[in-house]
Design a protein around this ligand. Structure first.
Ligand SMILES: Cc1ncc(C[n+]2csc(CCOP(=O)(O)OP(=O)(O)O)c2C)c(N)n1
Length: 624
């Protein structure tokens, strides 16, 4: 190893400020080792690969300039904070496993994480809150938010920008512009970022100016620093004034996000301005792993375990598909059948298996970016104009759209289908992404109907009901788990709007099970030999009145819903039974209303005794 070249053992860094003492060649070695670690650990445990490969030098440069944890560092979403974890002494080994580190920032893990998110575009509002609190307490430190080019164009971010720009509470915003959301970004503001970044005339003048002065003579150096403020004016003359300048920020950039020295200069400039600053950093998403660098579809954004040398996923499931992909494929089918469908997706095309719809029906598909509220109100208006919007959205992100659903859709009596993906517990993505709350909040919206299939053959008929005259605001929720791929050419079963399936007949004065979703169906299979009367509750709202009347004859009702909290379907059914004067015993096997941390799905279910075999054992304790 060359003299002056120091190699840190990245798994034993105790104090991240050690990066302040390293030479640039040693920093390059450190970044190489961090990238290797990110690749190795995500290939074993899965996780957000590309966003983290892109932000290695950026994070190191931040630690060189700022004094964390006194200064505050907030990563938007938090999915790109792996380098921050490594530098602050947290190994990526067992990422997202039970009791191991999570994939996002988390104050319970480290003082270097002052905030936590998982949903996008919260960082600027949070940073402003930190800055106002700092100033009220007369403290002195910097508040730094790192936000991607797709997250900064979300409405929440714009609300924060509008506010920060007009106040004196200084925030430093690092705009990590990699020209990518999960896949290619959408929207007008992105074009504007590109325009700034590619202003070659300005960039080449800037380069020659610096080279001619800084690299040639000592006087030149002094002249360069003395006149550096002139740069701002040169830029103003050559680059159209940036949106950020106009909003009251000092705009600095664009800067090469893989050049630590260049970023240090920019971050130091941001530190010394009196106003809030936006430092525009350009990075390459997936940097250092060629497959990820080339990826425009978002395949490498978040990965399951894969073979590092070939890039192939380690587990393939022949004949199985995720429920998300089943509904993605069915959407393609429905778009062929129903020409009035307009598909609206806030940013999650790949995750919900909708690529084929976008390829084959480009004029009828709309990716609005990370803009869930906008997607809902927009879809409502499409419906008011005679189209049938199908809005594909993850359960956890639908939480953002409550008012838009209630006020802009339900109230206006729109016909619209919500495909609610990732319903139920989500395993390793943890507390920020659980899809367990939608049942509870959707049931409060007048006229909203909610269904969930329990078997693959129910997926299409439930979808078809969206095009019956009962539709209104209609949600179909499903988990991401694997399911046998349904044969769409097979004759489908017919389902009635609002009705449940009686899988085993009710017996007077005996127990009956009412169960939800595919796990409910597993319980059905386990109770085969017991012949327990059984309803598959396909509609969670409204309830099947005929079924409720039949249930009155039973001595006990066991409600099994491993996809929703106490306040969801179970509570609706309990209230309904109570109102009808049900006298028997009722037991609920449901997800608690709580924030459930990351670990495997089975561990999460197991912790709350919600695995089908645990429920079976609870119902029939004498059977072994
Ligand atoms: C409200 C919300 N919608 C969608 C997502 C899913 N999501 C996670 S990261 C991401 C892309 C973020 O892109 P960008 O901000 O440009 O950061 P990058 O990943 O490119 O670094 C999306 C859509 C989310 N976390 N939160």
């Amino acid at each position: 190893m060359k003299k002056n070249l120091v190699r840190l053992d990245i798994n034993s860094i105790k104090d991240p400020n050690v990066v302040k003492k390293l030479s640039y060649p040693s920093l390059a070695l450190l970044c190489h080792d961090i990238r290797k670690e990110i690749l190795e650990e995500t290939s074993v445990y899965g996780g957000h690969l590309s966003p983290n490969l892109g932000t290695v030098e950026l994070t190191v440069a931040l630690y060189r300039v700022f004094n964390f944890p006194k200064d505050k560092l907030i990563f938007d979403v938090g999915h790109q904070s792996y380098t921050n974890k490594i530098l602050s002494g947290r190994s990526l080994a067992h990422l997202n496993d039970k009791d191991a580190i999570s994939g996002f920032q988390d104050p319970s893990e480290s003082v270097y994480d002052c905030y936590s998110a998982g949903h996008s575009s919260t960082s600027l509002s949070a940073a402003e809150g930190f800055a106002i609190a700092r100033d009220l307490k007369c403290d002195k430190y910097d508040v730094v938010a790192v936000i991607g080019d797709a997250s900064i164009v979300n409405g929440l971010s714009f609300e924060a920008l509008n506010n920060i720009g007009s106040r004196q509470n200084k925030v430093i915003i690092i705009l990590n512009d990699n020209e990518m959301s999960i896949s290619s970004p959408v929207g007008a503001v992105g074009h504007f970022f590109r325009k700034i970044s590619t202003n070659h005339l300005y960039n080449s003048i800037k380069r020659s100016y610096r080279q001619s002065l800084v690299y040639r003579s000592g006087i030149g150096k002094r002249l360069y620093s003395f006149t550096s403020y002139l740069k701002v004016h040169i830029k103003a003359a050559l680059v159209p004034t940036t949106m950020f300048d106009n909003m009251g920020f000092t705009y600095i950039g664009p800067v090469d996000g893989h050049n630590i020295k260049a970023m240090e200069r920019a971050f130091n400039a941001a530190k010394t301005t009196t106003k809030s600053a936006v430092v525009h950093v350009r990075t390459i998403k997936g940097k250092g792993y060629p497959l990820a660098e080339k990826d425009k579809l978002g395949y490498w954004h978040s990965v399951t375990p894969f073979d590092l040398s070939t890039g192939r996923p380690l587990s393939m499931h022949e004949g199985f598909n995720s429920w998300s992909h089943v509904y993605g494929d069915l959407t393609h089918l429905e778009m062929q059948k129903h020409p009035d469908i307009e598909l609206v997706v806030p940013a999650m095309i790949r995750g919900s298996g909708l690529e084929a719809c976008f390829d084959d029906f480009p004029s009828r598909c709309l990716d609005v970016g990370i803009a869930e509220e906008h997607a809902i109100t927009l879809s409502g208006a499409l419906s008011l104009n005679g189209l049938h919007p199908v809005l594909s959205i993850y359960s956890t992100f639908l939480q953002r759209g409550y008012d838009e659903l209630l006020h802009d859709c339900a109230r206006l009596k729109v016909n619209m289908t919500l495909l609610i993906d990732r319903a139920g517990l989500v395993g390793k993505n943890g507390a920020t992404h659980q899809g367990i709350f939608d049942e509870a909040f959707l049931k409060t919206i007048p006229g909203l109907s909610l269904a969930m299939p329990s078997r693959p053959e129910e997926a299409l008929p439930l979808y078809e009901l969206a095009f019956s005259d009962r539709c209104g605001l209609y949600g179909i929720r499903y988990p991401h788990e694997l399911v046998e791929t349904p044969d769409i050419n097979k004759e489908t079963i017919s389902l009635k709007w609002g009705s449940w399936l009686l899988r085993r007949p009710i017996i007077k004065n005996e127990r009956a099970i009412v169960a939800v979703g595919p796990l409910g169906d597993e319980l059905f299979k386990l109770t085969e030999k017991e012949k327990t009367p059984f309803y598959a509750a396909l509609f969670l709202n409204p309830l099947d009145e005929e079924a409720i009347n039949n249930l009155q004859a039973t001595s006990e009702i066991d409600i099994y819903d491993a996809y929703g909290t106490t306040h969801g379907f179970a509570e609706t059914l309990l209230a309904n039974l109570a109102l009808k004067g049900y006298k028997g015993k009722i037991r609920c096997f449901v997800v608690p209303t709580a924030f459930i941390e990351h670990c495997s799905l089975n561990e999460q279910l197991g912790e709350f005794s919600l695995l089908p075999e645990q429920v079976y054992a609870a119902l029939y304790p004498s059977r072994k």
